[in-house]
Design a protein around this ligand. Structure first.
Ligand code: BG6
Length: 432
């Protein structure tokens, strides 16, 4: 019950009647993580329910919203006491939440511990960004549209940014956050998953294994991160939280350039940027194209073509274009082709990421979940950098809450080729 109350936002839009019907279905069984008693009780409750339904099948899904340190003991208990009985048809699946470890070694250790208890097809490592509508749209967009096929490469793309911004700080989660920092909390998982879908090659088919094979390949093609292509920040006031140590060097902001060593992307910087306590809340992918060669309009300064995928809020895709400024003069200006979901899909309810991913788990579809080798490749990219930060070799610079973050991050983006458009702002259209 407590859990549901805390996550009430996931029930938004449901009528009171539905919520109360739903709550009637909930049972609460208490027990400790590492003793058999509670799990035996849990197993009895589940078995009684299955018997009373007399369906002949037993489908058991365990969602572990727990600290990762207790995953091994809880999984062992599930394995010992709560598995779906072989006498019935059905399955047992376990969803685990990030953080899956703190670095490569700890993640591998956790993976082997869980791997001894469950098969890979029973383990669902959830990353809720993979459940977002526009993240799921990436495969379709890239591989079902002729338009993008010839453009999506180093010949045409100058740089790509994947950006996450929040306009609030760690808000009471300082204790948790300080042990992880923004790279482990957002970049190594959420933004890197988005990166995979933007950068990977076309999978052989839509089978989950084929898609995940391609994600692993692109992750393995990422070069080691260079210190000079990293900016770390910490917002002023972060350490006022009593659960955060006074000498904390934990970044609440990071901008990191990834470079992919393959035929498609050699030389194209992928700037992964995430920050808390900034001036806005949004997540977006920004594909910036190269300048037009032989620019007869002399409009280069106005800005480049950019294809922007706004993941949230106000899901949208828009293409920034240079057009003739309407009027008598042959002047140019920046405008856009805009597909704003709120306008185009007015009667469609976009599901919550978790809603979709839990349904996938019930259906046994692992496409949008992180495979073990994918996780390993992800940690391989960030572990050396994280160890240097933990050892204090790289320092977080301070930035003002409510700002764009450290100015060094804008300088880094500019240095690697990003050209900011001035005097143009995309305004999400609203219904009249
Ligand atoms: C979580 C992070 O995974 O994602 C949080 O732990 C962050 O720090 C949250 O606030 C952001 O999720 P969303 O869906 O609101 O972008």
């Amino acid at each position: 019950m407590v859990y549901l109350t805390k996550n009430y936002r996931y029930l938004k839009g449901a009528s009171e009647e539905h919520v109360s019907e739903f709550l009637q279905l909930i049972k609460y069984v208490s027990g400790s993580y590492d003793s058999g008693e509670g799990f035996e009780k849990l197993n009895k409750e589940i078995s009684d329910y299955e018997m009373s339904n007399n369906s002949g099948s037993s489908r058991r899904l365990f969602y572990l919203a727990l600290p990762p340190s207790v995953y091994p003991s809880v999984c062992k208990m599930i394995r010992t006491y709560c598995m779906s009985p072989t006498s019935r048809t059905g399955w047992t699946r376990v969803i685990v939440e990030k953080p899956f470890g703190r670095d490569l070694d700890s993640a591998e250790e956790l993976s082997s511990q869980l791997g001894e208890l469950f098969e890979e097809d029973q383990l669902y490592r959830i990353d809720h960004y993979l459940g977002k509508e526009l993240v799921q749209n990436l495969l379709v967009l890239r591989f079902a549209n002729r338009l993008f096929l010839p453009l999506w490469n180093r010949d045409n793309v100058d740089n790509i940014q994947i950006v996450f911004r929040e306009d609030f700080g760690t808000d009471g989660r300082g204790g948790y956050f300080d042990q992880y920092g923004i790279i482990r909390d957002i970049i190594q998982n959420h933004l890197l998953q988005v990166f995979c879908l933007v950068a990977m090659e076309k999978p052989v088919s839509l089978k989950p294994e084929h898609i995940r094979d391609e994600k692993v390949k692109v992750l393995q093609s990422v070069n080691p991160i260079k210190d000079e292509e990293v900016v770390l920040g910490q917002y002023q006031g972060y350490k006022d939280d009593p659960t955060v140590p006074d000498d904390s060097n934990t970044p609440t902001f990071a901008s990191i350039v990834l470079r992919v060593h393959n035929e498609r992307w050699e030389g194209v910087p992928f700037i992964l940027k995430a920050g808390k306590a900034l001036n806005s809340r949004k997540a977006e992918i920004r594909v910036q194209f190269k300048d037009v060669p032989g620019d007869i309009f002399k409009c280069k300064k106005q800005g480049r073509n950019e294809f922007v995928i706004r993941l949230q809020p106000s899901e949208a895709m828009y293409m920034k274009l240079t057009v003739k400024k309407p009027g008598l003069e042959m002047a140019t200006e920046q405008s856009e082709l805009d597909l704003s979901y709120g306008m185009r899909y007015q009667d469609v309810k976009i599901p919550e990421a978790y809603e979709r991913l839990i349904l996938d788990t019930i259906r046994g579809d692992q496409q949008h979940f992180v495979r073990r080798d994918e996780l390993k490749a992800a940690w391989q990219i960030f572990t050396p950098l994280l160890h240097d930060i933990d050892a204090g070799k790289l320092k977080a610079v301070s930035y003002k809450p409510g700002s764009r973050g450290p100015k060094e991050a804008d300088e880094l983006s500019e240095k690697v080729g990003y050209m900011q458009t001035h005097g143009y702002i995309w305004i999400p259209p609203t219904l009249a």
